[in-house]
Each structure stands twice: as structure tokens, then as C-alpha cells.
Write a protein that binds this ligand. Structure first.
Ligand SMILES: [Ca+2]
Ligand SMILES: [Ca+2]
Length: 500
């Protein structure tokens, strides 16, 4: 329900903020995504409800050059992204989306899962003919192609930006298990590219001049049966790789990267990356160059858990590529990095801590402040029929309760607030929690129980506080003095219970 409310608010703002722009819902207003796009005008949004979308009109979807947004109901919620699925069902000559009408970054695709595509170029998405959309927060998984299992980008003027996307378990018959670039300049940033397979370039296959940019990506557990476990760049190709993790990729030759061995020399620049083996994993041939810039390291990135690609069966076991707090990648990216509007794979702001981190995840450095928590009633009768409990939150000096992000508040790590209000001139936030939900967290409590309330301020600062209350498991025997500071309403309620 909360997500629905958030979505409605968001959409309301969207409508209010752009005069004349319309929101088209799929499948409510239109049976297919393509039908909704065909009916849309510049500035409109297509909002796709959770569900699986297949068949004509739901694959090889074209924006037709329109400056529109195609999105799930909540691109920031991984559950919604994972359950809003464009499924091409492995049918030949299908893919999720094709951009070929000169789209710009005003054509936005965000918060969808694209799977089951099978094509010659780009099993999930293909951009060509000077088309440069903005693609973000998508999951592109289990697609296949001859070149570029997940994404193919053709021709020099196609410069899409693909950010905060998870690109896994795609495969290509010839090259680029995940990505194929021919003379084009895509920018991949804050993406996880893992568990993809191809004979050449397990993750990326790039040739002809175009300057592909790979920034702040985590490229791991990809495999090539021939060469270039992560990257293969050749025939005048050029790439700029910065703030990336290349780890645990495998190939018969050049486990992380093969630069040039076919056609004219290629050129790759690498800076502030964590590359397994450094030059031992990177092979340059035929006059090609690898420009090793500053800040490269070869240290275990210390993921929460590493993934694995079986080199024989090509079966991929997913990892959790968030950094742990002792990771050498934290704050080890380019110190000159300017965050701008960039986000990490979690949708969180870049530049937490002293500098940008290497890889797709920015480790959130948070400070925790104390909160003074007072829970009412002071004695909770598990047999009473009340609907609400009340909690006041007061923060340490220097912090304002009005900065608390109400949606982030949790009681005993489970219960979210039903309502909250900070009154003018008061330094407290008054929060109501559903009584039954609170009691569910206290089912084992006897005599007394700990109430822990946590949450965030808008800047990411965490607050935490606790209170101990009595637990009564019988008819109410509480005396009014226990409720001396409570409202008349609560006193009346207690009085009614006591009389029963
Ligand atoms: Ca950092
Ligand atoms: Ca993060």
C-alpha cells in the first residue's frame, strides 16, 4: 500500500510538473507497451504495472524517436523491477527494445527486467543509427545473440547511457556475452556485469573507433572460451575504463582483457580500477596499447559474497557484489570524480565518504545518532483491543526531527509507521504504529519488552533509540497514573478496558 501511495504521489507530481504531459498505463489503458508508445506524445510517460509481458507488441519495442519515459511503477524498488518483466520467451529474432530513430537522452527506459531475447545483434537492447537513449535501473538477464547477448550499440553517433543496470547470464555465440560495441560510444556506469559468456569478450566486445566508456562498473564471473574473459577490444577500437572492478573473469587467454590481435591496433585506457593480476590479466598485441593510468590496484575487492561461473558448464552462481566495510575499493576511485547526478547500483548517491568507490556499489558511510524514544502505552496489554500505539522520537541536539524520512522509520526492524507528525515548536516527532503489528514483534516477550526504533534523516544519517515497556497479558490492571502524561483519548480508552 505504501508503495502504491508513493507511486501515486510521484505520478501526481509528474503530471503537475509537466503541463500537457500524459501518463499511459499498461495494461490498464493499452494492451501492449508498443500500443501505449504509439499513442504517446513527447513528454508523456508509459507506466507498466508489475507482470510478465510477452508476444507481439511486447518485444522489439521501438520508441520511434519519441522523448518519452517508459518505466515500471517504481524503478527504485528492486522487487518491482524484478517483477515487471519483458519476456521474449527465447523466440528467434526478438529482443526487448530497439532504438534506431535518433533518440536522445530524453528517451528514457527505466526500472524493467528484459529477458529471453534472441537476435543477431543485442538480445536485450539494440541501439543504432545515431540513437542515444538513457537506460537505467534495468535488469537485463538471460538473453542471447550472435554479438552482444544483452546490449549491442552500433555506429559512431549512437551514445546511449546505461546506468545502474544489472546485466547477468547473457550469452553470445561469437563475441560480447553482455555487450557489443562497433564504432560507437556508449557509456556504462554503475552497472553490475556478471555471469555472461562468449567465446571472445565474456562481458564486452568492442571494435572500430568510438570510445566506449565503462565507469564505476563491477565486471565479474564472466567467461570467454577463447580470449578476453571480461573485455576484448580490437581493430582500432578504443575504450576508457575507470573506477571499475574486474575480478574473477576467466578465459583460455587474457583472463581479464585482450587488446588487439586482429586488424589495426586498438587502445585502452585504465585508471583507478581494481584488476585481478593487473598486467598479468591484460594482454596487448599487434602494436596495441594499454595506457595504465593512476590508481590501479590488484586487491581482493571483498564483496559481501563472490559469484561463480563454472568454466565447463557455464552455470553461473550469483554473488552479492556490495562492498564490505574493509574493502580496498572504498574511497579508492578517482579523487577528482564529480558526482553530479550519478547514482550507484542501489540508486544511492555517489560520493559517500572521502572519495568515490571503485565498482558499482558506493559503500554508504553513515553516522548513527541517538534518539530518545518514548513508547505509549507504557504497559502493553496483549489482550486489549486497541488499534494504535504512539511513539515520540526526539533527536540529539543539532538535529531536527523534521529531517526524518518518515518512510524509513521502523519499529523493532519490522513495523512501519501508520502516521507521523512533527508539531510546530515541538522538538518531537509523534509516530503512530498499528498495535497488532507491534504486538506481533513482541509475541515472546514476558514481563517487559524492548522497543527499538530506527530510521534515517534525509542526508542518510541513521538514528536509533530504544525504550523498555511492561507487557501485560491479561485484563487491564493499569492505573490511570501510569498514563499521567497521555492524552484524554488514551485515558478514556484505558478506562473502558479496565471496566471490562
Ligand atoms: Ca566512497
Ligand atoms: Ca550502495
Amino acid at each position: 500500500m505504501r508503495n502504491l501511495k508513493t507511486t501515486i504521489c510521484f505520478l501526481g507530481l509528474l503530471i503537475a510538473g509537466s503541463a500537457g504531459a500524459a501518463v499511459h498505463y499498461v495494461p490498464t489503458d493499452y494492451p501492449t507497451i508498443q500500443a501505449a508508445i504509439d499513442a504517446a506524445s513527447g513528454g508523456d510517460s508509459i507506466v507498466i504495472n508489475p507482470g510478465t509481458y510477452s508476444g507481439p507488441g511486447n518485444y522489439s519495442i521501438s520508441f520511434k524517436g519519441k522523448a518519452i519515459t517508459v518505466q515500471s511503477t517504481d524503478p527504485g524498488d528492486p522487487y518491482v523491477v524484478n517483477t515487471t518483466v519483458i519476456d521474449c520467451q527465447g523466440s528467434p529474432s526478438t529482443r526487448g527494445f530497439v532504438f534506431h530513430s535518433g533518440e536522445t537522452s530524453d528517451s528514457k527506459l527505466t526500472g524493467l527486467t528484459i529477458t529471453g531475447g534472441d537476435n543477431f545483434l543485442g538480445g536485450g537492447i539494440y541501439c543504432y543509427n545515431s540513437s542515444s537513449p538513457a537506460i537505467s535501473k534495468c535488469v537485463i538477464t538471460a538473453n542471447s545473440a550472435v554479438f552482444g547477448g544483452a546490449v549491442a550499440v552500433g555506429n559512431n553517433n549512437s551514445q546511449p547511457t546505461i546506468s545502474a543496470c544489472t546485466i547477468t547470464e547473457n550469452s553470445a555465440m561469437v563475441g560480447g556475452g553482455a555487450i557489443y560495441c562497433i564504432g560507437s560510444g556508449p557509456r556504462f556506469e554503475s552497472c553490475i556485469i556478471a555471469g555472461n559468456f562468449a567465446p571472445r569478450g565474456g562481458a564486452v566486445y568492442s571494435h572500430n573507433p568510438g570510445n566506449s566508456i565503462i565507469a564505476n562498473c563491477t565486471i565479474t564471473s564472466n567467461a570467454a572460451s577463447v580470449w578476453g574473459g571480461a573485455f576484448y577490444c580490437f581493430a582500432s577500437g578504443n575504450m576508457d575504463i575507470s573506477n571499475c572492478i574486474l575480478w574473477d573473469n576467466t578465459a583460455s587467454s587474457a583472463s581479464e582483457m585482450m587488446v588487439g590481435n586482429v586488424g589495426a591496433p586498438a587502445s585502452v585506457s585504465i585508471s583507478y580500477c581494481d584488476i585481478q593480476g593487473l598486467s598479468a590479466g591484460v594482454v596487448a598485441n599487434s602494436g596495441s596499447t594499454v595506457n595504465w593510468g593512476q590508481g590501479n590496484i590488484d586487491l581482493d575487492p571483498m564483496f559481501v559474497s563472490g559469484g561463480q561461473m563454472d568454466s565447463i558448464t557455464k552455470v553461473y552462481t550469483k554473488g552479492n557484489y556490495h562492498l564490505t566495510e574493509d574493502s580496498p575499493c572504498i574511497d579508492a576511485g578517482n579523487p577528482s570524480f564529480v558526482a553530479g547526478t550519478q547514482i550507484d547500483i542501489d540508486g544511492e548517491s555517489r560520493l559517500s565518504g572521502a572519495a568515490v568507490d571503485i565498482g558499482a556499489d558506493e559503500f554508504a558511510v553513515v553516522s548513527t545518532i541517538n534518539a530518545d524514544i518514548k513508547f505509549r502505552p507504557r504497559a502493553l496489554n496483549l489482550r486489549s483491543r486497541g488499534r494504535w500505539t504512539l511513539c515520540t522520537i526526539k533527536l540529539d541536539d543539532g538535529h531536527d526531527v523534521r529531517d526524518i524520512a518518515v518512510d524509513s522509520i521502523k519499529l523493532n526492524n519490522e513495523v512501519k509507521p501508520s502516521a507521523a507528525k512533527a508539531f510546530r515548536f515541538s522538538k518531537k516527532l509523534f509516530v503512530m504504529f498499528n498495535r497488532a503489528e507491534v504486538e506481533n514483534t513482541l509475541s515472546d516477550a514476558q514481563g517487559s519488552a524492548l522497543i527499538v526504533v530506527t530510521g534515517n534523516l534525509g542526508d542518510g544519517t541513521v538514528f536509533e533509540g530504544q525504550d523498555t515497556i511492561k507487557i501485560v497479558n491479561g485484563y487491564c490492571n493499569m492505573k490511570n497514573k501510569t498514563f499521567g502524561k497521555l492524552s484524554k483519548h488514551f485515558k478514556q480508552k484505558c478506562g473502558k478496558i479496565c471496566k471490562k
